[in-house]
Design a protein around this ligand. Structure first.
Ligand code: PLP
Length: 494
């Protein structure tokens, strides 16, 4: 397997090089030069359990790892989940919820970020690099903690996380700023996620900073879904949920499924598209946005326009206007033409906007885009809880609402999986608001206890303990000062 940049750099890279670099030198994202195939039949694959399906899927992309290496890593990563199913499916009424939040930090980012540190250190070893890997991460709330948890005290790595100081939930913030580990740094920025992501991409593309690191025997990489090592492990649960529905007698091999994915950076849903390319029978991929509906507008019009206000919503992990992974999809729908992809990305950079041509628009057909405002998010939580006793977090609620829109509009009876991306406790205050049980006298954080009590659900220990955590990381920086924070942390002076 070889990888190349979406933006035209002709060089190709092995999978371990792509994982360690994180992003291509020309600012593009790594994509397979030719798309892989599974080594066993779909029928055989779907009989396996989570870890074995993970091995087959991931190995088809990252074939430089030996079976022993990759299986060992998968075992360790998914042993950290609270259920052996890793990503169980719950049937609620006629819908299926694929629960991706049973990992150590209670959001779907754990699926990839429990594994990425192993992939990263194994890759560095194969490259015989003794450079310390410096992981830069921008987060809208969930990636940060999952990456910190994964990389804390991992030899040969350091990690710096930038999060919007005013744009995450209290639980998310506490999870990050209380993170222990001798190689970690967490910095709040005075800005939003897009500022954090832009700042990180700029640092990754800054040659003189790269050389400075190199002289000090270090190299940057990324734990964001711009890293192909983040994306590939996310393909797995599309297969396992399909397998689950076969095992439960809900579908037969070959039947099609829809997936509804609450989307921000387009990484999760892109993994669904890659699953489809690998041969999984998927009908439509339904991209659900919150009030920051830039993806909805793009999928419906072919024009991407980030020149708009960014709202801070009750589904903060999707408060994003520049969806990085869309670049990989654009590359696909212009017939893998890097010159074209580069043009579009340059237009986005300089005008904040681009329009795709008719041929590309035609290729958008497999995606349906819809959005959900704040109020409908809350009422979805209440409706589903009242009717089925099933608790959704705000992001999952966005997906549920958009699915209802989709059903009404398209009259599509295809069985549908709602991708459930976070534990309701991560966004407890908003969920309480939805259920109409919030208490204005309570601190935001304390809503986790209220939610547990009123819904008779068990609160995970790791969240209970947060309350007494001390804020270890107090740094806050301006949105254009990320590079000096990085130099400070690495001891490289000004
Ligand atoms: C990150 C995140 C999303 C968005 O996923 P993308 O891959 O960025 O589209 C949705 N929900 C939750 C809870 C998340 O943490």
């Amino acid at each position: 397997m070889f990888y190349r940049s979406t933006r035209g750099d002709e060089k190709t890279f092995s999978s371990v090089e792509a994982i360690v670099k994180g992003i291509a030198d020309d600012g593009g994202l790594f994509v397979p030069v030719s798309f892989p195939e599974l080594k066993i039949s779909l029928e055989e694959l779907l009989k396996l359990d989570y870890k074995d399906i993970a091995f087959e899927v991931i190995h088809s992309f990252f074939d430089e790892f030996t079976e022993e290496e990759l299986k060992g890593a998968i075992d360790k990563a998914y042993g950290k989940f609270s259920t052996p199913a890793v990503a169980p499916v719950s049937k609620v009424g006629e819908e299926f919820f694929l629960e991706l939040y049973h990992g150590p930090t209670f959001a779907f980012k754990d699926i990839a970020l429990t594994l990425l540190p192993y992939l990263m250190t194994m890759s560095a070893k194969k490259l015989k690099s003794d450079k310390e890997i410096v992981i830069l991460t921008a987060t809208s709330g969930d990636t940060g903690k999952a990456a910190l948890e994964g990389f804390a005290d991992v030899d040969g790595t350091r990690i710096i996380v930038f999060f919007p100081e005013e744009g995450v939930s209290e639980v998310q913030k506490l999870q990050m700023v209380t993170q222990k580990g001798k190689n970690v740094s967490v910095v709040g920025i005075e800005g939003n996620f897009d500022d954090a992501q832009r700042g990180v991409k700029e640092i990754l593309g800054n040659d003189s900073l790269g050389e400075l690191l190199s002289r000090n025997n270090m190299a940057f990489s990324s734990a964001n879904s711009i890293n192909i090592g983040r994306l590939v492990p996310q393909i797995v649960y599309y297969f396992t949920s399909y397998s689950d529905l076969i095992k439960k007698g809900e579908i037969k091999l070959g039947d099609k499924l829809n997936f509804v994915v609450p989307s921000g950076n387009f990484g999760n849903i892109l993994a669904g598209y890659y699953a489809k390319k690998l041969g999984l029978p998927i009908n439509n991929l339904i991209c659900a946005s919150n009030k920051n509906r830039v993806l909805t507008d793009f999928l419906n019009s072919g024009t991407y326009d980030k020149n708009r206000e960014m709202y801070l919503t009750n589904s903060p992990s999707m408060d994003i206007l520049v969806s990085s992974n869309l670049e990989r999809y654009l590359y696909e729908i212009c017939d893998q033409n890097p010159t074209k992809t580069k043009e579009l990305m340059e237009a986005l950079n300089s005008n904040g906007k681009y329009e795709i041509d008719d041929k590309m628009k035609n290729n958008l057909k497999n995606f349906f885009g819809g959005f959900c405002d704040e109020e409908s998010t809350l009422s979805a939580i209440k409706n589903v809880y009242d009717e089925y006793d099933y608790l959704m977090d705000t992001h999952t609620a966005v997906a549920h609402h958009v699915y209802n829109q989709y059903k009404t509009k398209h009259n599509d009876e295809t069985k549908t999986v709602i991708v459930s991306t976070a534990s309701p406790f991560k966004f407890a205050e908003s969920v309480c608001k939805g259920l109409e049980i919030e208490d204005k006298n309570l601190a935001e954080f304390d809503h986790i206890y209220l939610l547990a009590e009123k819904t008779n659900t068990e609160l995970p220990d790791a969240l209970k303990e947060l309350k007494n955590g001390v804020r270890i990381h107090k740094n806050i920086c301006g949105k254009n000062q990320l590079d000096s924070e990085v130099k400070k942390f690495l001891g490289l002076g000004e």
